[in-house]
Design a protein around this ligand. Structure first.
Ligand code: GSH
Length: 205
């Protein structure tokens, strides 16, 4: 398998999951500006939507959309229990979290990366994001991870998007449970190895 990624983006989530599961994979960096990838490809041919993450399977089928990729990966090693079994009600709860993270937090953050957006517009998006974080923090006041006491794929995704918050002046220390959650996940070997590998990867022109 090949994971097409760009450092500090949402592709960190499937990257963490691959390392949690101990699956063999090749990490291929993408230049999101030029759309060239480290294996010499035009990345737009790998993912015509033009964005990371993309997971290329050994038969060259490509899976895109982080929420789909992490579930596919977790199902390859069900014994690791990074996702509840397909068809279970807990799996529906997982999908509920993944959809919330992708639509409310990940997409909700996108306008804040936009340098051309006026500050007053950004304030509206920031306030909405803060309301979403209020909800997540409330849940994490009561439990260690999003689905209870066990780390799972939704946590890999939430950790990934919450790492961006400082860049848009959303200070996670305003929510003690989010601060605790981030510190706990940052200690995982999978996270540290993934971050180190991304930092060490060669930039693609
Ligand atoms: N809906 C996609 C969004 C992926 C996405 O936003 N990727 C960003 C990085 S976090 C990207 O590669 N953007 C570059 C671009 O759109 O050109 C998902 O959830 O996987």
């Amino acid at each position: 398998m090949k994971l097409y990624f760009a450092p500090n983006t949402c592709s960190l989530s499937p990257h963490i999951v691959l390392r949690e599961l101990g699956l063999p994979f090749e990490l291929i960096r993408v230049n999101n500006r030029t759309k060239r990838s480290a294996d010499g490809k035009d990345f737009s041919h790998v993912n015509p939507k033009g964005y990371v993450a993309a997971l290329m399977l050994d038969d060259e089928q490509v899976i895109t959309e982080g929420a789909a990729i992490v579930q596919y990966l977790a199902d390859l090693r069900p014994e690791a229990a990074l996702a509840p079994p397909n068809g279970s009600f807990d799996r529906v709860r997982l999908q509920e979290w993944l959809n919330f993270i992708t639509s409310e937090i990940h997409s909700g953050s996108s306008p804040l990366f936009n340098t051309r957006l006026p500050e007053e517009v950004k304030t509206l998006f920031r306030d909405k994001l803060r309301r979403r974080l209020d909800y997540v923090a409330q849940v994490l006041d009561e439990q260690t991870f999003l689905q209870g006491e066990r780390f799972g794929v939704a946590d890999a995704y939430l950790f990934t998007v919450l790492r961006w918050m400082a860049q848009f002046s959303v200070d996670l220390t305003d929510w003690p449970s989010l601060t605790r959650y981030m510190a706990l996940i940052a200690q995982r070997k999978s996270v540290q190895t993934a971050l180190a590998a991304e930092t060490a990867s060669q930039e693609v022109k």
